[in-house]
Design a protein around this ligand. Structure first.
Ligand code: ATP
Ligand code: MG
Length: 183
């Protein structure tokens, strides 16, 4: 699953709409302290369905919305879109008829988040499963945050196993099984 574009609008320090083209190969993001490098990675995790505001260095999910600076007023919405190349047809059946998937998450102050895939309303779960099946996603080992390696070494065997399951792309299956058993 290849990410080809990331569009960020009103998310954290990205007040204006910003469109990042992700070319094949290695992409580096460089810039001075506080310019928004970590915010960019958080935007990526957020659009893939991150549900913990603590993992977004926030004290509530509304904190991801641009909160104003200098002469720029705060915004009431934030939106992130991740464009995914689905040419290899790795997406779950419901979304697998398209070559390109545009996954959007939008949040409005005090109204929570909504998700869309190619313009169609979907659940947070649909987005989380889409990325879990591809062994990526907000909590996956594909995203190695600061301090994560040390955490993994110190983790209990069960927690470490969960990381291996994510890496193997089977955590989506467990999640579906649990859902089926609850019905
Ligand atoms: P470093 O090199 O120190 O790791 P960085 O490039 O990773 O820096 P970030 O942590 O991504 O920088 O960005 C921090 C900036 O984002 C701060 O200036 C902070 O005020 C701003 N910021 C975070 N949340 C918001 C928000 N909701 N609204 C406006 N600005 C925000
Ligand atoms: Mg940083």
């Amino acid at each position: 699953m290849k990410f080809t574009r990331l569009r960020v609008h009103g998310f954290k320090s990205f007040v204006e709409g910003t469109d990042f083209l992700i070319e094949p190969g290695l992409t580096g993001v460089v810039g001075p302290n506080g310019c928004g490098k970590s915010n960019l990675v958080e935007a990526l995790r957020w659009v893939m369905g991150e549900s913990s505001y603590k993992n977004m260095r926030a004290s509530g999910m509304d904190d991801v919305i641009f909160s104003g600076s200098g002469n720029r007023p705060a915004r009431n919405t934030a939106e992130v879109t991740l464009v995914v190349d689905n040419a290899e047809r790795k997406a779950p059946a419901a979304f697998n008829d398209a070559d390109i998937l545009e996954v959007t998450r939008r949040i409005e102050r005090e109204a929570g988040s909504v998700y869309k895939i190619n313009g169609k309303d979907v659940r947070a779960r649909d987005v989380q499963l889409l990325f879990a099946d591809a062994s990526t996603g907000a909590r996956s080992p594909a995203m190695v945050g600061q301090g994560r390696i040390g955490e993994l070494i110190a983790a209990k065997p069960q927690a470490r196993r969960a990381v291996l399951e994510e890496a193997a792309g089977i955590s989506g299956l467990y999640s579906r099984r649990n859902e089926a058993e609850m019905r």
